[in-house]
Structure formats: structure tokens, C-alpha cells
Design a protein around this ligand. Structure first.
Ligand code: NDP
Ligand code: MG
Length: 384
């Protein structure tokens, strides 16, 4: 029986993780759940899964939860509460399914406490990849990817020598605007962006999928997870999203990982690794699947992808700056204070102003993150 903590249990990945746990009650137990403020869903989860600890990052919502619960379930509150929950819980594995940079402190705390990580969140790794990976190796913990492309690359590389890797083909569905003309992107509304053709996900990553920043963040994520330079990571648009990524070796052999587009599949593998568990999830029917398509991404139409490669080449504090400027821009877009096409413009302006620091420590990363957020807000204010 593996004991699992889920940070971000009320979100899309969190709920899918609980669906996997529900399906395998003899293999997994949810011992700790954490959320930001959605106590209605959390209450249902507490009733069903009976965790030993919960955390609500929003303090007011934590008080409300306390008043609605009988018994003495330990409830942590606030950002520090997330770290306390990670340290005190007897989880062997922490599923990191919080969205955005808020995931970085509990990620570091989990590594410090020797817990294996099932990593869905990408922003924390993008911000501080080299530090996170170094700390993980020092503490002998595994970082098992949940993001479907990273899970695919991980599975393709199993048992292979990394020195034999030639290229990674990181696949992308292309998002909802793959076929939309560049001029029409000017008038894109929030509801058009939030309709992803292949995946149902939280709002932040859905916007990132529409700008292709999600793929850019994944280039950085793959670099850090697999210690591969960005020059060897090629983005490949594959609208069917059946091949979740591929690895090409020096002898010309390409290994691909294929499965239906259902996040429970990579989540289950990150939980069950190194075992595989039989499930009843949808499987590919190759007799029905007649064609798979591939295209080069359009860097002109989706400037976020090029900006991510720029940060991936510069490294240092640049990925943290890219991520912070993107988080602010996406938040402002969701709040209807920024147009869709202005998202890359804001990020580019912030990157242009940034003085990169090579090999930063955590304090320098946090400072770069705060600086980039302030710059992004200032730029957006001037635009309005
Ligand atoms: P959602 O927006 O659906 O869920 C986010 C979860 O994090 C919610 O439980 C939310 O709580 C919680 N949360 C947000 N901020 C905080 C905070 N400051 N402290 C504590 N909890 C917080 O996001 P997704 O599930 O879609 O994505 C989660 C992460 O996984 C992202 O980094 C995303 O990039 C990555 N990912 C997601 C995929 C997907 O298919 N959804 C695929 C691959 C990667 P509350 O509900 O209370 O707001
Ligand atoms: Mg992905």
C-alpha cells in the first residue's frame, strides 16, 4: 500500500489522481489533501477518502472548513501549512498538482523530507529546475513525471543510455487556434481560449495551451528532468494527441509512447511505478485510428514558443522570469485586463529588460520572479 499526499486535490489533476486511487483501493491510500480555497469539493473528498491531514492555503477558507467539520481532523492553513502537511504526513509520495509557482516551496519541502514526487506542476521546475534536480539527487528521491509528454519521454528512455539520445520529439496538439489565421488571433475571447480540443484542464494551463507557452514550459521541463539541452528538443504538432512524445536515438531508432488522451493514464503510472496495473481506461483502437498527422509549429503565430526557447538557451534566472511574466499575463487575460495577443508581447518586454544571473541560488530565483511580476504588471498598466 502506497500512501499518497495530493497538493491541489480539488483541481483537474487532483481529481483525476483521486479517481485512480478510488480505482485501486488496495494499492493506494490518500493520506493528505491540500487545496487553495475550494472547501466544498474538499469536504466531499474528506468524507470519501478520510485523510489524516488536510491543508487549505487560504486562511479564511481554512477557518470555514474547521467550522463545518466534526471530529478532530488536523487542518493546516496558509502557505506554510502546505509545507507542514508535507513534513508531517506519512505519505511516501507527494503528487504536486497545484498550479503555478505556489508549488515551489512545498516541492522543496517534500524533497527535503525524502518523499518521492509525482510531478504534474511544471512552473516550479521551470523556475528552479537545476536546484530542484540537484536537491532530489542529493536526497535520493525520484521525480516521476505526470505531465503526459514527460511521462512519455521517461518511459521511452527507460533502460536506455542517455548518451545515446539524439533528439526528443515533444508532441503538441497545437491548441484551439492551430488552424486560426494569424489576424483572427487579435479578436480571440476568453471563452474561445478555454475550449481546448483534446484535454479538459484548469484555466491557467488551458490558456498556456492556446498560446503554446505550455509547450515552451514543457521544453524547459524536459531539459531539467532528463538533463538534455534545448537544441535536442524538437516540438512537433500532432493534432490527434495519441503519441505523447518520442525519443530518437543515435542509430536512427525512434521510440514513441502512445495512449488515449486521458490524464489518469500517466497519473496511474507515476503512482504505480515501477509496476504497471491493469485498468479499464479507454485504450487505443488501431483498427479505427487510420491516420496520425504531424506538422512543424508556427513560431510566428505563437511567439511564446520562441520566447521559451530563448529562456531555455539563456538559462540562469531567465526561465523564472519567463514563467512569472507568463503567470501574470495569463492571470490578467483571464480577468479580462489583457488581450490574448498581448500575452507574448508582455513576456518579451519583461525578458528584454531582464539582466540574467547564471547559476542562481533560491534567493536570486525568488527575487527574479518578484521583479518579473512587477515589471509585467507595470507593462500591462501602460498598455491599458
Ligand atoms: P487546476 O486549476 O484545475 O487545479 C489547481 C489546484 O491547485 C486546485 O486544487 C487549487 O485549489 C490548487 N491551488 C492553486 N493555488 C494554490 C495555492 N496557492 N496553494 C494551494 N493550492 C493551490 O489546475 P490543473 O489540475 O489543470 O493543473 C495543475 C498543475 O498540473 C499545473 O501546473 C499544470 O500545468 C499541470 N498539468 C496539468 C495537466 C492537466 O491535464 N490538467 C496536464 C499536465 C500538467 P482550489 O481548487 O481551491 O483553487
Ligand atoms: Mg503536457
Amino acid at each position: 500500500m502506497k500512501h499518497i499526499a495530493i497538493l491541489g486535490s480539488t483541481g483537474s489533476i487532483g481529481e483525476n489522481t483521486l479517481a485512480v486511487i478510488r480505482h485501486f483501493p488496495k494499492s493506494f491510500k490518500a493520506v493528505a489533501l491540500a487545496t487553495h480555497s475550494n472547501i466544498e469539493i474538499l469536504l466531499k473528498q474528506i468524507k470519501e477518502f478520510r485523510p489524516e491531514y488536510v491543508c487549505v492555503a487560504d486562511r479564511e477558507a481554512a477557518l470555514k472548513l474547521r467550522s463545518r467539520l466534526k471530529g478532530n481532523l488536523k487542518i493546516f492553513a496558509g502557505e506554510e501549512g502546505l509545507e507542514e502537511l508535507v513534513s508531517k504526513s506519512k505519505a511516501d509520495k507527494v503528487v504536486l498538482a497545484i498550479s503555478g509557482s505556489a508549488a515551489l516551496p512545498p516541492l522543496l519541502k517534500a524533497i527535503e523530507n525524502g518523499k518521492d514526487i509525482a510531478l504534474a506542476n511544471k512552473e516550479a521546475l521551470v523556475m528552479a529546475g537545476p536546484l530542484v534536480m540537484k536537491m532530489a539527487s542529493r536526497n535520493k528521491i525520484k521525480i516521476l513525471p505526470i505531465d503526459s509528454e514527460q511521462s512519455a519521454i521517461w518511459q521511452c528512455l527507460e533502460g536506455e543510455k542517455y548518451g545515446n539520445l539524439k533528439n526528443i520529439y515533444l508532441t503538441a496538439s497545437g491548441g484551439p487556434f492551430r488552424k486560426t489565421g494569424r489576424n483572427r488571433l487579435r479578436k480571440i475571447s476568453r471563452s474561445q481560449v478555454l475550449k481546448h480540443p483534446k484535454w479538459s484542464m484548469g484555466p491557467k494551463i488551458t490558456v498556456d495551451s492556446a498560446t503554446l507557452m505550455n509547450k515552451g514550459l514543457e521544453v524547459l521541463e524536459a531539459m531539467f528532468l532528463f538533463d538534455v539541452p534545448c537544441a535536442k528538443i524538437k516540438v512537433l504538432v500532432h493534432p490527434e494527441a495519441i503519441i505523447h512524445s518520442m525519443v530518437e536515438f543515435i542509430d536512427g531508432v525512434v521510440i514513441a509512447q502512445l495512449s488515449e488522451t486521458d490524464m489518469r493514464i500517466p497519473i496511474q503510472y507515476a503512482l504505480s511505478y515501477p509496476e504497471r496495473l491493469a485498468n479499464s481506461l479507454p485504450a487505443i483502437d488501431f483498427y479505427k485510428l487510420k491516420e496520425l498527422h504531424f506538422e512543424k509549429p508556427d513560431f510566428g503565430k505563437f511567439p511564446c514558443l520562441g520566447l521559451a526557447y530563448r529562456a531555455a538557451t539563456a538559462l540562469g534566472t531567465s526561465p523564472a522570469v519567463l514563467n512569472a511574466a507568463n503567470e501574470v499575463s495569463v492571470g490578467e487575460f483571464l480577468d479580462k485586463r489583457l488581450e490574448f495577443i498581448s500575452i507574448p508581447r508582455v513576456i518579451e518586454k519583461v525578458l528584454n529588460k531582464h539582466r540574467n544571473i547564471a547559476e542562481p541560488d533560491l534567493t536570486e530565483i525568488k527575487a527574479a520572479d518578484s521583479w518579473a511580476r512587477e515589471e509585467a504588471y507595470n507593462i500591462i498598466e501602460r498598455l491599458n
